[in-house]
Design a protein. Structure first.
Length: 275
């Protein structure tokens, strides 16, 4: 009886896992099928043969390669810049001796997380127009960085608070300045949290659609989510090739997460326990 009670939750979890994985498997199977007719006639079945023509056509002819590289460039750069500013701000808030000012700054950062991103679309558009950087990648990088800083500071500050103060005291005795302490001691110790913040910020930048759709009109500058919409229209909704494009947009993220999952979990949980 006890064995049955232990088995039932695992059965439900396996069923839940299959429900989650099925849409992704459906997209993969569809990407290997020849055309819409094959998908419509056998939507839930395996492809009759393995052919990478859809992937080649999507990557070369449909400019998925351009959209992919644009998203990669914008996502990585914006995530790295936001981490740099968030790490410096977290260091100032948690490790420097300005308790009242630090508390006020941290509360303002938390307040920034309460503002819905969609409500800022018009103000951001106006700022980008005044800066004359619309229809450039910088029009996306700046808002992405600003949007990521509050959440990044919360995670990094929680992690930095868990670091023992004795390490900093020893470094100061050895003659390290504040900049040296930040660069040579704090940053290396905060790598797990930095990896976590980078992945979360990168995913947000990679999947963002609204700003990219309104701020970029040049087809050569568009990101992958926006390019996928035009891809459908250009190919008269060729679902087989569209599925190949979806795989291009999903698989890199899954690979990154699979490689860095231990660091992500460590970064999320380490700051919750003071040690």
């Amino acid at each position: 009886m006890r064995a049955i009670k232990k088995t039932i939750p695992h059965i439900f979890l396996m069923g839940y896992l299959l429900i989650i994985l099925y849409p992704f498997l459906f997209v993969i199977f569809s990407s290997f099928k020849t055309n819409n007719q094959d998908i419509a006639s056998n939507p839930f079945g395996l492809p009759g043969s393995i052919s990478f023509d859809n992937y080649v056509n999507a990557w070369v002819n449909a400019k998925i390669s351009t959209y992919f590289l644009n998203s990669l460039y914008i996502g990585v750069l914006a995530a790295c810049v936001s981490i740099l500013f968030a790490a410096m701000l977290s260091f100032a808030v948690t490790r420097m001796r300005y308790n009242k000012i630090s508390a006020i700054v941290f509360q303002l950062i938390l307040l920034g997380m309460l503002i819905p991103n969609n409500s800022l679309l018009l103000p951001i558009y106006g700022i980008m127009r005044k800066l004359d950087i619309l229809d450039t990648h910088m029009a996306l990088i700046l808002p992405y960085v600003a949007n990521a800083i509050p959440f990044s500071v919360v995670i990094l500050a929680a992690f930095m608070r868990s670091l023992p103060g004795e390490i900093e005291e020893a470094a100061v005795i050895d003659g390290l300045s504040s900049a040296g302490l930040f660069a040579r001691i704090i940053i290396p110790l905060t790598i797990p949290a930095i990896v976590t913040v980078f992945i979360i910020n990168f995913l947000g930048n990679w999947n963002e659609f609204l700003l990219a759709n309104y701020f970029l009109s040049n087809d050569a500058l568009k990101t992958l989510p926006v390019g996928m919409v035009g891809f459908r229209d250009a190919y008269n909704t060729n679902y087989a090739q569209m599925s190949a494009g979806i795989v291009f947009s999903v698989v890199p993220v899954m690979i990154i997460y699979a490689i860095l999952q231990e660091q992500i979990i460590e970064g999320v949980t380490a700051g919750s326990v003071k040690g």
